[in-house]
Design a protein around this ligand. Structure first.
Ligand SMILES: [Zn+2]
Length: 297
């Protein structure tokens, strides 16, 4: 099976660190829900929709390799969706472990898992269906970093959160004792730190990677695809949309000043971009992507 997988594309270098994207399974969601208040006549120019109005989205975790740590940001859809859920989401298989193997890594080599938040499309891979039946922690040696506010909401989800916080993704992890709760800001290693943002969910967090004068920031579901570069373009899935807008304005401005790459989890077309004034995309990664060529041309 592994032999027919394409090689992992070259990583985005940030000083001493490297960022890879691994396949956590694609799915299709309603385009209207992904673009909330934005009319379809506008969003479809930036993101193609199928006849049933769905759009293709990746769920691709970032693998950050630093001289001292191997860090995974979110975990993809996982392998626990039943056939009905696979049909609803038109999902493709979760290939995280076979892709780690292509990089010479095993499940035990992951030191840290950072969860931007606890929705099933981000946390689905932290607990996996075991070969012998039942569920097991996917990365048994890793510490799993999650904001305390997210953990509180996970323990007592509101009516809406119950739809996306799935106990099946956390039961084995909770009993493993491999969870560390973070309040606000936390330096994971010299190159990587996390910061609480709120917005999409109450305990949502961002990941900042800086090394050698270079910087990348992962805004998780505050900035799910390149087409959401207008701060006003928020999702119907955002729990606190006005907070998302404020966060985007604040972090776009702050990280633009550092000439940072903005990295994506859900974008099937490009992995990262740089932003100019008013959400204009000025550069993208990989440099050879069709979108990048079109924007440069
Ligand atoms: Zn998401």
């Amino acid at each position: 099976m592994d032999q027919i997988l394409p090689p992992i594309p070259r990583p985005l270098p940030i000083g001493n660190a490297e960022i890879y994207w691994l396949s956590g399974g694609d799915f299709r969601l309603d385009g209207g829900a992904m673009f909330g208040p934005v009319p379809k006549t506008l969003w479809q120019k930036r993101f193609p929709a199928a006849a049933d109005n769905t759009i293709l989205l990746a769920n691709d975790p970032l693998l950050i390799r630093t001289p001292g740590q191997t860090i995974l940001v979110d975990s993809g859809l996982g392998n626990k969706l039943d056939s009905r859920q696979q049909a609803i989401f038109a999902s493709t298989p979760w290939r995280l472990l076979s892709q780690l193997a292509l990089l010479g890594l095993t499940r035990d080599d992951i030191d840290v898992v950072i969860l931007t938040h606890a929705d099933f499309d981000h946390a689905g891979g932290v607990v996996m269906a075991a070969e012998q039946g039942g569920a097991e922690v996917t990365f048994p040696s890793a510490v799993h970093l999650i904001q305390e506010a997210e953990w509180q909401d996970l323990a007592a989800p509101g009516r809406r959160a119950q739809e996306s916080y799935w106990p099946i993704n956390f039961t084995a992890l909770t009993s493993s004792g491999r969870i560390e709760l973070v309040r606000g800001e936390y330096q994971v290693c010299p190159e990587v730190r996390i910061r609480h943002t709120g917005g999409h969910t109450r305990g949502h967090q961002l990941v900042e990677i800086s090394s050698g004068g270079q910087c990348a920031v992962h805004l998780g579901d505050l900035f799910p695809t390149h087409a959401h570069s207008n701060p006003l373009w928020v999702m119907a899935y955002d729990n606190f949309p006005l907070e998302v807008i404020a966060c985007k304005e604040r972090y776009f401005s702050q990280y633009r000043q550092m000439d940072a790459w903005f990295t994506f989890y859900h974008d099937p077309l490009i992995r990262a971009c740089k932003l100019g004034e008013k959400g204009k995309i000025t550069d993208c990664w990989p440099p050879a992507s069709a979108l990048c060529q079109a924007r440069r041309g």
